[in-house]
Design a protein around this ligand. Structure first.
Ligand code: ADP
Length: 349
């Protein structure tokens, strides 16, 4: 028993030293990746075991040959343990990182849902209260001169249209978020989609005295679902017109690289504040400019433009573009900003 206790003490000494050094190393490496931690942990464990065996073998007065046999055996076992540990450790680390990212994504989505519900209830409550007040005034004949009555009717219609668009946008967004969007992809001539969008935005552009420029030719063909692509182009174009001061210019351009086509909508809005740039595609994000109506028309709603101005337009754009396997970005340019959409070319899917 005395011998065994002695052997235990001899094995414990070097193992404890390695363990202490390992603990210190792990502490110094605490900012490093999970893989580094797992590998260090393995090295410490295996080295502690090797050190204990080597020390005991040394104390057992083995012949040099037998001691080498013990050490080679331990080294082989250590090598296998380290290799297997390293391989599985990497997988474990990747799984841990993936799980962490998934948790973060889930938290962001949950936060987005909460913001959306709060925002929708706010955005619907205000116009609903207005509609109710106007309907009551008409019912009680508080307003009865024909001009006021027809103005009230007009405002009720405009508000109802706006709320309908808002609900449509919400429905579209929920379809995108739920992955329920079924795209029928085909080769779509981008020029046709842009010319339709330009024609729809022209009345608003004229009312806001904004020049709309788009080349007549040179448009690429893209792999897309036409109604969704039309929505993307329409939203970008109408935003550009709405946020550009009068006498400004909105320019639509497109081209093709080797692997994708691009469409750019550039305006002279004066630029988006740098701190807002990463947030413009978020659901319910509305910048300062969203509260500044087009001055020549007395506001977007009265100009009759078909966007909701509800902070959903760009979130829908991003959702639809990503559903096509493309991406959308925005950057400031001299005196304005430029939204760029990249979409796959036919035959590249
Ligand atoms: P909405 O326009 O209804 O507020 P969007 O999602 O379409 O919502 O846009 C989000 C915000 O991004 C806008 O409130 C505005 O601040 C900014 N924005 C979008 N498009 C433009 C643009 N073309 N020029 C300048 N700012 C823009």
């Amino acid at each position: 028993m005395g011998d065994l206790a002695l052997i235990f003490a001899f094995a414990l000494g070097p193992a404890l030293c390695v363990g202490a050094a390992g603990a210190l190393t792990l502490r110094l490496l605490r900012e490093r990746s999970v893989t580094v931690h797992i590998v260090t942990l393995l090295v410490v464990t295996v080295t502690a075991m090797v050190a204990a065996v080597a020390m005991v073998a040394d104390q057992m007065f083995l012949s040099p040959h037998d001691r080498n046999v013990v050490l080679i055996t331990v080294a082989a076992a250590a090598l296998v343990s380290l290799t297997v540990g390293w391989l599985f450790g990497r997988r474990l680390a990747a799984a841990a990182v993936w799980a962490d990212q998934a948790r973060q994504r889930e938290r962001q989505i949950e936060q987005g849902r909460r913001d959306l519900v709060a925002w929708v209830s706010h955005d619907l409550r205000t116009p609903l209260a207005g509609l109710r007040a106007m309907a009551e005034a008409l019912e009680d004949r508080v307003v009865n001169d024909p001009a006021s009555v027809s103005e009230y009717h007009r405002r009720i219609r405009v508000e109802t249209d706006r709320m309908t668009r808002l609900v449509d946008d919400l429905f579209e967004l929920s379809r995108i978020n739920a992955g329920a969007l079924r795209l029928t992809l085909s080769a779509v001539p981008l020029g046709d989609v842009v010319s339709d969008a330009v024609a729809s935005a022209a009345p608003l552009a004229a009312a806001c005295r904004v020049r709309l420029l788009a080349p007549d030719s040179g448009w690429p063909t893209v792999l897309a679902s036409e109604p969704e692509l039309a929505r993307v182009v329409g939203n970008l174009l109408l935003n550009a017109v709405r946020y550009t001061p009068s006498e400004g210019t909105v320019r639509v351009e497109a081209g093709a690289d080797t692997d994708c086509a691009w469409l750019a909508v550039a305006d002279t809005c004066g630029g988006i504040p740098e701190e807002d740039l990463p947030r413009v595609f978020e659901v319910a994000f509305r910048g300062e400019r969203a509260r500044t109506p087009c001055p020549s028309t007395g506001g977007p709603a009265s100009a009759g433009e078909p966007t909701s101005s509800g902070g959903l337009g760009l979130a829908i754009v991003r959702g639809l573009v990503e559903a096509h396997g493309g991406r959308v970005q925005v950057r400031n340019t001299t005196g304005g900003c430029r939204f760029e959409v990249r979409l796959p070319l036919p035959g590249t899917a």
